[in-house]
Design a protein around this ligand. Structure first.
Ligand code: ZN
Length: 147
């Protein structure tokens, strides 16, 4: 179990140091911004949605290791997924870090590295910030002005 924890820690540190899909997304048609005042984390999530599928996703922001790694892993997990699949993953992830009540942890893949977060309630908001931001981008994200 402690080996697993070390591995999880490694993945989080790696994604914090080298965030994937970091920056403004060219061709994005949705964007939303999120802020976690408890920790000071800020994130912007960019989406390119075509025919109900996430063709492109990127994020930008600054925050603690958990919030950055979570956003990085989220973008990896969601690229190519349908909007419906993204909503399911949102709920799966939310359950994982709050109640741990995921019946099939494998379904979340690498996102399972955040399972330990639920032992630190103050960190839950860091891990879920990007997901809440994603959800508002999906629901009513501002349409990005194109030049
Ligand atoms: Zn944080």
């Amino acid at each position: 179990m402690s080996d697993l924890r070390d591995l999880y820690q490694e993945v989080i540190l790696d994604h914090n140091r080298h965030p994937r899909n970091f920056g403004v997304l060219e061709g994005a048609n949705r964007v939303a911004e999120g802020h976690n005042p408890l920790c000071g984390d800020r994130v912007s999530v960019y989406l390119q949605i075509e025919e109900d599928r996430i063709r492109g996703i990127a994020f930008r922001g600054s925050g603690c290791a958990i919030s950055t790694a979570s956003a990085s892993l989220m973008t990896e997990a969601l690229k190519g997924k349908t909007v419906e699949e993204a909503r399911k993953l949102f709920h799966g992830f939310h359950d994982l870090v709050t109640t741990g009540g995921e019946d099939d942890p494998d379904r979340l893949g690498k996102l399972a590295v955040f399972s330990g977060v639920r032992e630190f309630p103050i960190r839950v908001k860091c891990a879920t910030l990007c997901w809440h931001t994603l959800r508002s981008a999906l629901a009513d994200g501002a349409v990005v002005a194109t030049e």
